[in-house]
Design a protein around this ligand. Structure first.
Ligand code: F6R
Length: 591
């Protein structure tokens, strides 16, 4: 979603360096981008694009530099993605970049301040700027900002600049959507909605609390809390960031490959996870809450927790959470790779008392969700930049499986797929590429799986939809006669996941045969031993990938990796933008 990056310094900063940081926000998802600099007459000069940050690079000379730089990547929420609506917006000495939504826009627009005012854009951001502009007529800049934030409602973060005689100043405000203030080794002061974007040469940073205002000038920094009291900025966190190594030009592919190491060495995290879980009293019931892939990880966690720890578990999307249930002896597990997803954060914040026994599983220690939950486990897999969750999803599964074992006191029995097993899966890539070319021609796909493979089927369908834009549905293979079978024909291929679970293998194979009799296009993923037992006649009618036999809770990960590679190659064969699929954002900070 939208990203802010803005910087003020006593010295001039190269715009090209600034764009490198702004580019770090690209992975969050955006549809336009812009920045303002100061020209030699100390007037704003703005650059905008409906394309990528690299396009801004082409518009700005290599030597151009400025002591004030205000940048933004916009993911349209209020007004179409076009140049007119693209940030920063400027009125005379003021300029602004904004993330979030002014929820009371319509009501505020009736305010007498806006009588006879003609809006130049369709954005709610312009309204914030107009308010500040109006209050500046009889107040200092910072007091104008303070007056403005009293009027606006919703999850919002903005950085507003004011250029004056001999003094340039920035005021930043945030409520519910992330904003960091950082100080670089060279004294440059920055605001960013993503700590990774400012990580280069960063001395320390501060995560703004809700309703904080940070006011910086060339000389001073002041922090005001929600009671409008000036407070000491003492929570500066030392920075020790390492940029993740990229092994391919595509982040998503690189992250799928990262799993080779992550999965086989995940055991190194067990002690840390144990240290958190041992503090939690064994609950009578668990509620898991997550969105998208994190919800799918929750579905698999339910199976782990019920089987291994004997604890009844329900899984919810935050918007569907049922408050009629009580919270006695319950543990609430919130899963979110970003820790900033608005739906999930607003839920936990809406009833802090109710969710007091909460554990969050997040890939970002310094996030809104971590701050709100009692216990936290970090996925510890490094930043994931591809919009589609891959390595964060598999690590969620690993963490949740470890938790289920710790709660059952059976943590001696934790076996992760070795690197040779994982490498074997990657050795099928050529075959997967061939299959993805064939299946990329279809408009619809079913992914069917039972038990542990049902959540994997849902996750694979989500991946396929997100990055290859093929409509895909995940369903339990045991359910086909209750509906899905109506759709099977030669135009509706099926990806069928068969397990090696002896209690269900016969019925899984009989469901497979039912599918084979209705469509010619079936892609089977099954363990080696199962494939070997299939009739040659059956094998001649279907596409098959045999995964290594793996007899424990981690088996679903093998299917997952094949399906992640398959989704990636589907999208690649359609020549799509895999890292930044249309309309999607990596960090969903608006509900
Ligand atoms: C799927 C995907 C999304 C996210 C969802 C939740 O590939 O990326 O469906 O899983 O938006 O995001 P987090 O986990 O950050 O709360």
């Amino acid at each position: 979603m939208c990203g802010i990056y803005s910087s003020l310094s006593t010295n001039k900063m190269l715009c090209s360096d600034f764009l490198i940081s702004l580019k770090e926000l690209e992975y969050r998802g955006y549809d336009s981008a812009g920045l303002v600099t100061l020209d030699k007459n100390k007037k704003y000069k703005s650059y905008k694009t409906l394309s990528k940050i690299d396009d801004l690079k082409l518009k700005i000379s290599k030597e151009e530099s400025s002591s004030l730089l205000i940048g933004h990547t916009r993911w349209a929420t209020h007004g179409k993605p076009n140049i007119k609506n693209c940030h920063p917006h400027i009125i005379e000495n003021l300029s602004i970049v904004h993330n979030g939504v002014v929820e009371n826009y319509d009501d505020l627009k009736k305010n007498k301040i806006f009588k006879n005012v003609k809006f130049k854009t369709d954005t709610d951001t312009e309204m914030i700027l107009l308010l500040i502009y109006n209050y500046c007529k009889s107040n200092s800049f910072i007091n104008a900002v303070k007056k403005t934030i009293k009027l606006i409602k919703g999850s919002n973060a903005f950085v507003c600049s004011n250029i004056g005689k001999g003094i340039n100043e920035l005021a930043a405000y945030k409520n519910n959507t992330p904003l960091y203030f950082g100080i670089k080794n060279n004294g440059e002061k920055v605001f960013s909605s993503d700590v990774n974007a400012m990580s280069n040469s960063l001395k320390g940073y501060y995560y703004l609390d809700n309703n904080d205002i940070v006011h910086i000038t060339n000389k001073n920094t002041a922090l005001y809390n929600k009671k409008n009291k000036r407070i000491v900025l003492k929570k500066i966190v030392d920075s020790n960031f390492k940029r993740p190594k990229i092994v391919s030009s595509c982040y998503t592919y690189s992250e799928i490959k990262d799993q080779k190491k992550i999965i086989s060495t995940y055991g190194k995290n067990i002690q840390k996870i144990y240290n958190v879980v041992r503090k939690i009293k064994k609950p009578n019931e668990i509620n898991i809450i997550g969105c998208g892939s994190s919800y799918n990880a929750g579905l698999l966690a339910k199976a782990f927790l019920e089987k291994n720890s004997n604890i009844p578990t329900s899984v919810y999307r935050p918007s569907e959470f049922n408050f009629f249930l009580n919270n006695k002896n319950k543990l609430f597990i919130f899963i979110s790779q970003s820790g900033e997803t608005a739906d999930i954060c607003s839920l936990i914040e809406s009833k802090k008392e109710f969710f007091s026994n909460s554990l969050s599983i997040v890939n970002n220690d310094d996030s809104r969700l971590v701050r709100e939950s009692k216990y936290n486990i970090n996925l510890n897999v490094g930043l994931e930049r591809g919009v589609a969750a891959t390595k964060t999803f598999s690590s969620q599964i690993l963490v949740l499986n470890i938790i289920s074992k710790i709660l059952s006191k059976d943590n001696n029995n934790l076996v992760f797929p070795s690197s040779s097993v994982i490498n074997k899966l990657f050795s099928y890539e050529k075959e997967i590429i061939k299959l993805s070319k064939k299946y990329s021609k279809f408009k619809n796909l079913f992914v069917l799986g039972r038990n542990y493979n049902f959540p994997i089927a849902c996750e694979a369908a989500l991946k396929i939809k997100e990055i290859s834009y093929i409509h895909a549905e995940g369903a339990p293979s045991s359910e086909i006669k209750h509906g899905p079978i109506a759709l099977f024909d030669n135009k509706f291929p099926v990806i069928f996941l068969v397990s090696n679970k002896k209690e269900t293998i016969h019925s899984e194979i009989s469901s497979l045969n039912e599918v084979i009799s209705r469509t010619n296009n079936i892609f089977l993923i099954a363990p080696d031993t199962v494939v070997k037992k299939l009739e040659p006649k059956t094998l001649s009618k279907i596409d098959v990938i045999a995964v290594p036999d793996f007899q424990n809770d981690m088996a679903p990960i093998l299917y997952l990796i094949i399906l992640q590679l398959f989704s990636y190659h589907l999208a690649k064969s359609k020549k799509l933008n895999i890292d930044q699929p249309r309309n999607l954002a990596k960090v969903v900070t608006v509900e």
